[in-house]
Design a protein around this ligand. Sequence first.
Ligand SMILES: *Cc1c(COP(=O)(O)O)cnc(C)c1O
Length: 431
Amino acid sequence: MSNSLQQAIQFDQQHIWHPYTSMTDPLPCYHVASAHGCEITLSSGERLVDGMSSWWAAIHGYNHPQLNAALHAQADKMSHVMFGGLTHQPAIEMVERLIDLAPAPLDRVFIADSGSVSVEVAIKMALQYWFSIEQPEKNQLLTIRGGYHGDTFAAMSVCDPVNGMHHMFRHALCNQRFVERPAVEFGEEWDPSSLNAIQQELEQYHGAIAAVIVEPVVQGAGGMRFYHPEYLKQLRRLCDQYDVLLIADEIATGFGRTGQLFGCDHAGIVPDIMCVGKALTGGYMTLAATLTHTKVAEAIGQGQGGGALMHGPTFMGNPLACAVASASLALIQQGKWRAQVKQIEQQLREELIPLNQHPEVNSVRVLGAIGVVELNNAVDVARTQALFVELGVWIRPFGRLMYIMPPYYISTQQLSKLTHAIAQYLKSVTS
Ligand SMILES: *Cc1c(COP(=O)(O)O)cnc(C)c1O
């Protein structure tokens, strides 16, 4: 077995790209046999406590009995049918639950097949809205630096132009508008002057701007930073004042991760267009959605563009994905996540904030079930990952960021194992 396992890993290295990796200088990958609850089991036998929820997605852990049941039951009926001209109960039920959970009046839903695609659709909706009401000159997007919205071309155009991992494509990207990221962090005292940059930009260019797109409160892959919800609240006001749509990219923040159901709930605002993804299926398969309200939907429906929203992926509304998503949303609707996330937040504060004392630590921040330890120097990923596997945890650092966002029902002991592993890493870099 171990010989063939070696061969399998070697084949992988030679033939398969992993996210953001080189084919000629690949980082080591660990071969997974199975995952259950909050643990990932490697084919080499180690059991790792999961600190990543597979990138924000596996909020209920792995191999959840209700999600498994939903998937199996649907597979026995049909795995897929085209969504053009056909519909089905898994899609209808999933969207019913989604509308129930989403802030009113967001009740018009486009089912997309990944987060990036839902951002593409959100951008299309915004542009098509202004086209439909005969203001096609409003066709630029405005965003804040430090953002991440996905890897497809329109999504890339609103990622941070420097940190956004995509700078080499900048000549092929649409030219969007950027302002500095909000200066006031979550939990700090609000300073109205941090709005000046975006206010000035809107004042001067609103005639050319279709929409502002932001990740509400938590900027994820662009740097894991948490900004003051008042910024979002005031941004909503400014968008209304200057007649610009507000797109909230809740792909990472949605479904409880930040301690509120959606990031926008910290500010008590409702965007015009909202993207959800990642945790939508509880991490089982790729699915996302773009929600909007009647005003945008009707303007597009009755407008200049001919009425149809011009998007339609082959696997739109995939029944397997919708059935699992529906089961995951049902768990969210039960509401246990709120106490679980609060508990995780408290424990992360207790166990991570003391690490601030360490000379290698730049800052520690915790919000909901997200804990971030920002270091002074970039991490050697391969070496650190090996240490973590030895310590029985799965944490994947990137750049100077060490962060954990576990499944919601992780036990106190399991969570301690994660935070202790980070403390061990800090010891290893100083000794
Ligand atoms: C992950 C992410 C995306 C892209 O989603 P994919 O499913 O990877 O295409 C977009 N926006 C945010 C905020 C994300 O975290």
